[in-house]
Design a binder for this molecule. Structure first.
Ligand SMILES: Cc1ncc(COP(=O)(O)O)c(C=O)c1O
Length: 481
């Protein structure tokens, strides 16, 4: 028996290969600017380079790592490149990556407090730390009526909020009886699409999501919200939930939370605040005014995996009344019963989200906060905002370009004055060049370019280069016209 091949990687082999992987990651980050930011492969190209069948016999680990370099890297869009300005960022950092590696090394499954007490307690602790760090209301603290939990994504967070809102509005009967088509949720025309998906999953139905009109800054009009709620009530419907956004995806618009909260209070609606990217800015006291009114929210989320140097996935979700959430999502089959749970003295996070099993995500967040300190995080956020503001100045001062929306933080929406086709061509050429990566949106029906400064290592020189390349493509286009 003792001679039998184990097939496993021994701890010594793991140590050796692990060092090689960490070296590879460090080298990758050092040479990241040498790759085209947007992957240049064609659909199917990566698969075509892979063997049709899995190996019968195991392969040496070195071969695997070589194939990452040869077969996988060409198909990578380099989100960690400092020339990545697309979408919203999904930035990472050394401490975040290492925290995640440790989480994989421990590989605990923290569905219950008892399945790894540290996994639950560190998470509760770090989310309590973040409440004053971000100027959030004390009711979100675990020592109060609420508490925080890490979800995989903002989409999951808002689904939980919507489910709890639906239950609360139906006196906790809709889980049992299902929905009757009368429950209505409110968003703005600019709210992230995850809200519509959540309504579909929650059985509310996409037709019962009202997209409220926005003002010239793309922020929700509270008076239009109030009017729509009145109309729905008159029609015998049951308004239950409204989402306000701090930093919409299209243009970084800031919904007026105090006014929306007033309407929500008046009609007994659950108010969720989605600050998926821009919530990170609240680390800096000077940007906290953007989320004024958050103390009136029933729930709130932001994604450290977007702008707070914590690698994907990590979305922090707080709730003012944890009982509403737990009552909505708690199911206790016999096989999960245990003394700690029965004692009522612990948090079992399985009751705070959709899935049962959960990763030890708080480790990477803890590492990031401790390694940078509040001061280090603030330093980088301020720098990103400053760089975006400088870029916005260049756009404002250039007669060929115009700003398409206010720039409250780190996202600049702008366009060439020559129209949609010109903007599309400029963006396509830039992205094909691999020098930088930009994405677009439509604002007031016009194609608009978006440049978001939020990648961990983006510095002034990258933003300058981006502007120079944009100008260069615009000039080439003008010359060829
Ligand atoms: C404002 C806003 N909310 C929600 C989301 C969805 O984020 P996630 O991928 O974490 O579900 C995004 C993504 O960009 C967003 O910008």
């Amino acid at each position: 028996m003792s001679d039998e091949k184990s097939f496993h990687m021994t701890p010594d082999e793991f140590r050796r290969h692990g060092h090689a992987v960490v070296d590879w990651i460090a080298d990758y980050h050092s040479r990241i600017e040498s790759f085209p930011v947007l992957s240049q492969v064609k659909p199917g190209e990566i698969r075509a380079s892979l063997p049709a069948n899995p190996p019968t016999q195991g392969e040496p680990f070195d071969t695997l790592l070589k194939d990452v370099e040869k077969l996988i890297l060409p198909g990578i869009t380099h989100w960690q490149s400092p020339n990545f300005f697309a979408y919203f960022p999904s930035n990472a950092s050394g401490p975040g990556i290492l925290g995640d590696l440790l989480s994989s090394g421990l590989d605990v499954q923290g569905m219950l407090w008892s399945t790894s007490p540290a996994c639950t307690e560190l998470e509760t602790h770090v989310l309590d730390w973040l409440v004053p760090m971000l100027g959030l209301p004390e009711k979100f603290l675990s020592s109060s009526t609420g508490g925080g939990v890490i979800q995989d994504t903002a989409s999951s967070a808002v689904l939980c909020a919507l489910l709890a809102a639906r239950e609360r509005a139906t006196n906790y009967t809709s889980n049992q009886k299902g929905c009757n088509g009368r429950i209505v949720a409110y968003v703005s025309t600019q709210t992230h699409s995850s809200l519509q998906k959540a309504a579909m999953i929650a059985g509310i139905g996409a037709d019962n999501v009202r997209a409220i009109d926005v003002d010239e800054k793309f922020a929700m009009r509270p008076e239009a919200l109030a009017r729509q709620i009145e109309a729905d009530k008159l029609a015998g419907l049951l308004p239950c939930f409204v989402c306000a956004t701090v930093g919409t995806t299209s243009s970084n618009a800031i919904d007026p939370i105090p006014e929306i909260a007033r309407v929500a209070r008046q009609h007994n609606l659950w108010l969720h605040v989605d600050a998926a990217m821009s919530g990170t800015a609240a680390l800096c006291p000077e940007f906290r005014h953007l989320q004024n009114g958050v103390e009136l929210a029933d729930s709130y989320n932001f994604n450290p995996h977007k702008w707070m140097f914590t690698n994907f996935d990590c979305s922090c979700f707080w709730i003012a009344d944890r009982k509403a959430l737990i009552q909505t999502l708690s199911i206790l089959p016999e096989y999960l019963r245990n003394q700690a749970t029965e004692s009522g003295a612990v948090i079992d996070y399985r009751d705070w989200h959709i899935q049962l099993g959960r990763r030890f995500r708080s480790l990477k967040l803890w590492f990031v906060i401790r390694y940078y300190g509040v001061e280090g995080l603030q330093h980088h956020i301020r720098r990103h905002v400053q760089l975006a503001q400088i870029f916005a100045h260049w756009v404002r001062d250039d007669e060929d370009f115009e700003l398409a929306a206010p720039v409250p933080l780190n996202l600049v929406c702008f366009r060439h004055r020559a129209g949609d086709a010109a903007n599309q061509t400029i963006m396509d050429r830039l992205n094909r060049s691999g020098d930088l990566f930009l994405t677009h949106t439509k604002l007031n029906g016009k194609l608009t370019l978006r440049l978001c400064v939020g990648q961990t290592n983006t510095e002034a020189r990258h933003v300058e280069k981006a502007w120079n390349r944009i100008r260069e493509e615009a000039e080439k286009l003008a010359a060829s016209a």
